[in-house]
Design a binder for this molecule. Structure first.
Ligand code: OAD
Length: 250
């Protein structure tokens, strides 16, 4: 007997379109701290002093040091079984996409291709003036921002507080949520908008919405199922059960 509901296994066995929203919790088992919770980054650091344009203009060295610190951690970690299973799922389903709030590239490192980065990518820099981006986010001399050819300053290519999300990734994410047969919300507290609206949008449009999280979240009561546990354990177990269901029906 599987610990997963027959409805969920069957929905996945016949699904054509599957969408996923991921948050910091999916990378926790890779060794990256989440934002909220007892060991969360926002318990130790103040977002308004580190993750905003005002902070960057006021004290660029401090902001860049914080991003260098996080880049070092992110570069040293590897995708975990949850990232790997999502990559396998992408190969199986006709339409499969991940909208991630994470900036750590771990979905790409696991081999997933259809990944929409809603909050940017910490391994890139973007010019504050012309908007061009690059993958060489070293800081300049004395920890000051590097200068772009256009004269603008390079900043981490992440979404800061008070900023808009990348329009294309956001629009596509809502389209995917609106058409999904099954939609997952994995490792996110679902308190940051507009990303938190994606699973709710999917549910309103008729998708079967499943949450995988170690705790109850702001959207638990809007999902069809909330599976409590670590993504790196739940996802591989669930995918094994779905694959054996598929083999039975061949
Ligand atoms: P949070 O830190 O708010 O939430 C992490 C969620 O992951 C919590 O609900 C945990 O219970 C859950 N969790 C922890 N470990 C887990 C595991 N092994 N498996 C499954 N779930 C686990 O992170 P986000 O929801 O991603 O924004 O935060 C959203 C945004 O808030 C971030 O993208 C960031 C932050 O401010 C920006 O920087 C723009």
């Amino acid at each position: 007997m599987s610990v997963f509901s027959d409805t969920l296994v069957q929905r996945l066995a016949v699904a054509v379109r599957v969408g996923v929203l991921t948050g910091a919790g999916i990378s926790a088992e890779s060794g990256i701290d989440t934002f909220r919770g007892a060991r969360g980054l926002w318990k130790k650091f103040k977002p308004e002093e580190l993750a905003s344009m005002d902070a960057f203009l006021k004290n660029p060295q401090l902001v860049l040091q914080w991003y260098e610190y996080r880049r070092r951690i992110i570069k040293s970690v590897k995708p975990n079984p949850a990232h790997h299973v999502l990559m396998e799922m992408e190969k199986h389903f006709a339409h499969f996409a991940i909208s991630t709030q994470n900036i750590d590239s771990l979905h790409f490192k696991a081999g997933s291709k259809n990944v929409l980065e809603l909050h940017g990518n910490i391994l890139k820099n973007r010019c504050t003036r012309c908007g061009c981006s690059n993958f060489h986010p070293e800081t300049g001399q004395n920890g000051q921002p590097q200068k772009c050819g256009c004269g603008g300053l390079f900043r981490p290519d992440v979404v800061w507080f008070g900023e808009m999300l990348p329009e294309d990734a956001l629009t596509e994410s809502f389209e995917i949520a609106g058409r999904a047969d099954v939609y997952f919300s994995i490792g996110t507290s679902a308190v940051v908008y507009p990303a938190a609206m994606l699973p709710v949008t999917a549910a309103d449009a008729g998708a079967y919405v499943v949450e995988i999280n170690t705790e109850k979240t702001a959207i638990t009561n809007r999902t069809h199922e909330s599976i409590r546990g670590k993504a790196g354990e739940i996802l591989p177990a669930l995918w094994r059960v779905v694959k054996s269901r598929l083999e039975e029906t061949i």
